[in-house]
Design a protein around this ligand. Sequence first.
Ligand SMILES: [Zn+2]
Length: 306
Amino acid sequence: MPVARSGGGLQASGFRAFVAVSVNLAAVGVLVAWQRQRRASSGRRVPWSATARGPAKWSGLTARFTGLPAAAGELYVRPSSMTFRRSFLPPIPEFSEAAELLSLAADALLVDDLESCGDLLVRADLKPLREFSYLLAGPINPEIHRQSHNPVFTPVPKEGRPRMPSAARTVEVFARDGYRCRFCESKVIVKDAHRIFARFLPVEARLGDTNDANHFGLATLTATIDHLVPYSRGGDNSETNLVTACGPCQYGRNRWTLDEVEILNPFDYPPIIDKWDGLTRLLVLKSKAHAVARRPNPSINTDAAR
Ligand SMILES: [Zn+2]
């Protein structure tokens, strides 16, 4: 009927006007959010020495590792479909490659094959691991951290609160977690493994004072203790607040809570327990490694220590 068609036309044009107004309102909302992000995005992370060097050197890494556009941080508006994840980013393949090479290097060292050990250490010195670490632990990237600035909070006083757990509890936590990062599930190694490698092969196992001076594989895979509730925010050293973490996962979260960066509580899923020992099998060489270090020039007396 003509009247009915006419009425339908009026309804359609009214609907189109409603849609146009809605789209405009949404655009204004996005613009306001973008301006807020711009004002807030001046935050810088504190603990990582490389941060001061700035992001220019690593431009393009975001796209390479995440598939997300590089330098998109300022325009970031969190998509409503985002959900909690296990880690900031999935580990790149170099994590498992380095773990495998370092395991072979450990086996070579245990049978005094320093030449093979040195070759394997050099192959495990994978620079992409350093770049990946920088992506997580360098400047804040809202695409990765889902935050645009450091958390604002009143620090909980330190008095009477030990910063880190005892050595015994640290060992227990690493073993409980299967010597794996409880966030990205990468295999990790104990710090003493790096020290022991470096006593026998100081050039190949680079143990330095800066991020770039350290062996990229050994440093990135070195196990750390992570406080689920950050220490500065009142987290304690009870077993239920501590998990094993790789370097990037540990330093990437800094002082944010898990909820603030939308990362799942790792206690919600089980650890991977298998034969991976975090290279603790190298600890039998500790006293021998110390003997190497006591020599006047360890770099030329390594062979004599065998
Ligand atoms: Zn990790």
